[in-house]
Ligand binder design. Structure first.
Ligand code: SF4
Length: 431
């Protein structure tokens, strides 16, 4: 049985117990959320070294780090290094988006080393293998695609992105819309090319039941991809995006009816003032399914700093109810991220997620900030390091300059915290 089926039967699985302990909520809360579909626990039965992670309503906002090779760059060792950097930096999940080198070997190596849930986009491999086998992506057969999905599921992948909502109707809307940046999702572009060339409906939509059978067998969580996500602010919240979302809402219900866990992916590039509306639309149309957003990026012109652009959007999205943030690295739009880009991307998204959690009232989130402020007032550098999101960086920056007293080198003898304490005589113990 899948976690969803167990939850519906009133069973609290060991994975639900572990998620409850980690989140500091009751196991019944997790079981109820999983049964309703507002929480997912991506746990493929074949991912044996996994530490379960819950994603959804009422839980801490989670962060995903995309790793993987491209056709131009990357190898197995570098990808394993990125995996360990992502884990060390505090990511909650990773996606292997490899499109170059030995895709299967890289995935299997990542699976064997990752205690985090691992996600993939099987159509990448199916499309690339179709080029080798038949000469073009558009020659990919339905069986090629579903074989790839089944192989990923057998390898233990916990969640897969499937762009089921890229339908002929959505493509019609895209043509009429006249977008600035058409389609920026790789999976969405593969499918659109295939559908237009073959004059057929999307096989992931047409044969959704076949997809559900595979997902149910291994308890793979479906992450319904947003192939029509806006790739520029000018295209945000337009008709192809909403058309796709309406389809995804229907598929969420079909997945739940089949006992398959499901979440929904979202933008992309969005102006700040459209983020909350997008979160509300997803939650309403997709009946509370966990929302997984890429960024969102709040401006198109910050290449080189898009981890910051994504963190601004991510914080607002998380505060509005988004459950899962896909990180953006400083390399976004420019190159394949290296391990240092991965680290910066994870940290930026963790800051966004935590800021959102404070606004959402997630248990314990604001408390950590209060403790940090009290430690700051006491000039307790050890406790501050323990409470901050990146203790290593904290210690490195704090230790850069020698100081005469307890205060840091920013104000030295004129430390405001110290002076206020001295003259006001307010004891930290009374705070
Ligand atoms: S020296 Fe300045 S920056 Fe450093 S702890 Fe005191 S008030 Fe804060």
């Amino acid at each position: 049985m899948t976690q969803l089926e167990l939850a519906r039967e009133g069973v609290i699985s060991p994975q639900m117990e572990l998620v409850a302990q980690y989140e500091g909520v009751s196991a019944e809360t997790i079981q109820h959320g999983v049964a309703q579909g507002t929480i997912v626990i991506p746990v493929n039965k074949n991912h044996t070294n996994l530490v379960p992670c819950g994603i959804g309503e009422g839980l801490r906002t989670k962060v995903n780090a995309n790793i993987g090779t491209s056709s131009d760059s990357g190898d197995i060792q570098t990808e394993l290094e990125k995996l360990s950097v992502a884990i060390e930096a505090g990511a909650d999940a990773v996606m292997d988006l490899s499109t170059g080198g030995g895709i299967t070997a890289i995935r299997q190596a990542i699976m064997s080393k990752s205690r985090l849930p691992v996600g993939t986009v099987p159509i990448y491999q199916a499309g690339i293998e179709a080029v080798d086998k038949h000469g073009a992506i558009v020659k990919m057969t339905d069986d090629d695609l579903f074989r790839s999905i089944e192989q990923h599921a057998r390898d233990g992948v916990d969640f897969i992105t499937v762009h089921c909502g890229v339908t002929q109707r959505a493509i019609d809307r895209l043509k009429k819309q006249g977008r600035v940046t058409d389609i920026v999702s790789r999976g969405g572009a593969f499918l659109m090319g295939w559908m237009l060339h073959n004059e057929r409906e999307n096989p992931l939509y047409e044969h959704f039941s076949r997809l559900l059978e595979i997902a149910r067998q291994f308890d793979v969580t479906l992450s319904l991809g947003d192939g029509m996500r806006p790739g520029s602010l000018a295209d945000a919240t337009d008709s192809p995006q909403i058309e796709e979302l309406l389809t995804l809402g229907e598929l969420v219900q079909r997945a739940r009816d089949a006992g398959v866990q499901v979440m929904v992916e979202g933008p992309g590039h969005l102006p700040i003032n459209q983020i909350e509306a997008n979160v509300r639309l997803e939650k309403s149309i997709c009946k509370g399914a966990p929302f997984y957003v890429l960024g969102p990026l709040v401006t198109d012109i910050a290449a080189g700093y898009d981890h910051i652009t994504g963190a601004i959007g991510g914080a607002i999205a998380a505060a509005a109810g988004t459950d899962f943030l896909c990180y953006v690295t400083p390399a976004e739009h420019l190159s394949l991220p290296d391990p240092e880009d991965v680290r910066q991307g994870v940290m930026a998204s963790r800051i966004a997620a935590h800021a959102g959690d404070i606004a959402k009232g997630v248990k314990g989130a604001a408390d950590r900030d209060r403790k940090m402020s009290l430690a700051r007032k006491r000039l307790d550098w050890h406790e501050q390091a323990e409470l901050c999101l990146d203790p290593q960086r904290f210690n490195r920056v704090h230790g850069k300059h020698e100081t005469a007293g307890k205060a840091c080198s920013m104000c030295g003898d004129f430390c405001a915290m110290d002076l206020a304490e001295k003259y006001l005589g307010i004891s930290v113990s009374r705070c």
